[in-house]
Design a protein around this ligand. Structure first.
Ligand code: GLN
Length: 231
């Protein structure tokens, strides 16, 4: 890195711009992903989604039909594509700008033919998947107002706020799950640190049972795993 580059990076960092945004890349799971102002920087907590899918689907050669709802930078979808090389992945986002970043990342890792990107609302998803993953926006409006300037000024609001109570995406997902799962499908969902009870209740109302809860390194209940209730 030369001195003038260092100076400009330093000035941006002083204004609280995250390093990932300055250098346009962020490590996630086993790879480094391109990021920009249109996507959430991959968070270490979300690596737990990959780790947990790997725990449930140990045969990496199997052909799974996977969908990542709200893919953003594509870090989760692409990491799963690299783990499950015979799988077919669908990655959706409502933001065209975010999807462009995800597509760039897929190109970077040469897996364009393994992932299909769709720009749409979750309402429009209508196929059935073996594995569903999602890290939706889940902050409440008041939590959002209190997070650091680093996040507020440099990360897209649309990727962070889950409606007034932070749970609106879980309502949307819960509504959708019975229609896009079969009886053995598993859904891996990231939640905010105090949303376990409320979000499980929402999914149960739509016939989805929580079969496992994964705790993150801060000891927060972070990933919920759901399966269709077959009673
Ligand atoms: N964990 C993220 C944060 O604290 C929020 C991510 C999300 O809403 N999905 O910034």
């Amino acid at each position: 890195i030369n001195l003038s580059l260092f100076h400009s990076a330093f000035k941006r960092r002083i204004k609280m711009e995250p390093l990932a945004k300055i250098f346009k890349e962020k490590d996630f799971w086993k790879h480094s992903f391109v990021v920009n102002e249109n996507v959430l920087d991959p968070r270490p907590e979300s690596e737990l989604i990959i780790e947990t899918v790997a725990k449930y689907f140990q045969n990496k050669k199997q052909k799974l039909n996977i969908i990542d709802l709200g893919t953003g930078s594509g870090c989760i979808a692409i990491s799963l594509a690299k783990e499950y090389i015979n799988s077919i992945i669908t990655a959706n986002d409502i933001s065209e700008n975010a999807l462009n970043v995800a597509k760039r990342n897929a190109k970077k890792f040469n897996i364009g033919n393994q992932i299909k990107f769709i720009c749409c609302d979750w309402i429009d998803i209508d196929k059935v998947y073996d594995v569903i993953v999602s890290n939706p926006p889940y902050l409440t409006i008041s939590e959002y107002k209190n997070i650091s300037k680093e996040i507020i000024n440099y990360e897209p609001e649309i990727a962070l706020i889950g409606g007034k109570d932070g749970l609106s995406c879980y309502r949307k997902l819960a509504n959708k799950f019975p229609k896009i799962t079969h009886s053995n499908s598993l859904c891996f969902i990231e939640i905010g640190h105090s949303q376990k009870t409320e979000s499980i209740k929402i999914f149960e109302e739509f016939g989805m049972d929580c079969i496992d809860i994964i705790v993150d390194y801060q000891n927060y209940e972070r990933i919920l795993i759901f399966k269709r209730n077959i009673k």
